[in-house]
Ligand binder design. Sequence first.
Ligand SMILES: Cc1cc2nc3c(=O)[nH]c(=O)nc-3n(C[C@H](O)[C@H](O)[C@H](O)COP(=O)(O)OP(=O)(O)OC[C@H]3O[C@@H](n4cnc5c(N)ncnc54)[C@H](O)[C@@H]3O)c2cc1C
Length: 405
Amino acid sequence: MNVMTTCCVAGCGPAGALVGYLLARAGVPVVVLEKHSDFLRDFRGDTIHPSTLEILDELGLADRFLSLPHSKVSKLSIQTTTGQKVVMSLERLPSKFRFIAMVPQWDFLEFLTKEAARFPAFRLIRNAEVTGLLESGGVIHGVRYQDGAGEHDLEAPLTIGADGRASVTRAAANLPQVQAAAPMDVFWFRVSRHPGELTEVGLRLGAGLGLVLLDRNDYWQVAYLIPKGAAERVRQGGLDAFRTSIISVVPELEDRVAEISDWDQVKLLTVRADRLTRWHRPGYLAIGDAAHAMSPVGGVGINIAIHDATVAANTLWRPLLTGTIRESDLARVQRRREFAVRVIQAFQSAVQSQIIKPMLHASKPPSLPWVLRATLRVPVLRDVPPRLVAFGIRRPHVRSPAMLA
Ligand SMILES: Cc1cc2nc3c(=O)[nH]c(=O)nc-3n(C[C@H](O)[C@H](O)[C@H](O)COP(=O)(O)OP(=O)(O)OC[C@H]3O[C@@H](n4cnc5c(N)ncnc54)[C@H](O)[C@@H]3O)c2cc1C
């Protein structure tokens, strides 16, 4: 069956859901294709940063969004087992939102798509897996997708690839890519959380091991950092050694590490960081992780994906509505976003090479780099790292219009 729309979006993660929302709000017919039937995938990013909250506020959605169950994080700490500690505070940010809202990603996406469904121009098709691009004469004019009823072609003057870091559309568009350094992989697991404990979320560093604890109200989502490719070695060491190593870095968890009773509870994330050097082809634009897979450092992937979506809608709503979309419009989106992505990836690389990599290969507890300790003590410098995490670079604002009240 062949169907036609104005903009087809592959993937309904944060980037796809928001660009779909914004374009439909401006009156552009948009179809978002999502390969899963729901958003219930565990161990996805949960951090909704101040600049994303500002964008929701500009759309009149922030109050409703913040009425969903969430926790607030306004301090990020890095602490070693020898007692060194630095704290980055979001409390001085020039924003109405001086905290990161911890909201499960499935709640965020359900919220956004439900709000988008108020616009007649928005359509989300679940269980629809994009398998390739439609192309003729070097111009991409839609996608082929598969659902329970078979294979379909969806024709559109613009396809937005928002299908994440293993993007099928990016591969089909054959866009040039560079890899960024990623010296680690991450195990994810959860253990229960007692009310009121450990109010600062952050990175704990021990000898050869780093743990990040994310507060999800009644449980901790824990990231266990390992050297790249070391997962099998850690598994072979056995669960007892795994649990003991957790206690060595976060002794507060001693009374509950027994909750980890099977390796099935411990999921592996192979960390990847890359970016396209060209985000577009005639009729096609990649955004979010599809254009630049982010390292988990700083938990900024959602924020950056949301910024891409906002800029894409700001730039493209008019040419899409008037039927005049050209590749130069798509190039403008890349120009407006690429610098910000490169700066954040460079910041992540610096954290990885200066803090995480030495720690993962150390046989004794690491020291925090003096540059970091000094930076966070100097009043004019101490807010730079939290600002970078909270806002990214060149944080965008919503410029696309609302056609409906
Ligand atoms: C384990 C883990 C933990 C993370 N933690 C954080 C964190 O704490 N904070 C943070 O900011 N970021 C975090 N991230 C990164 C963050 O999740 C991503 O950067 C962000 O979600 C990117 O958004 P996106 O919309 O570009 O892509 P994605 O969120 O990956 O969304 C892509 C969507 O496309 C769908 N899709 C894929 N292929 C197809 C296809 N062929 N057809 C149709 N649909 C398709 C997928 O099902 C998915 O819904 C984490 C990532 C992982 C894997």
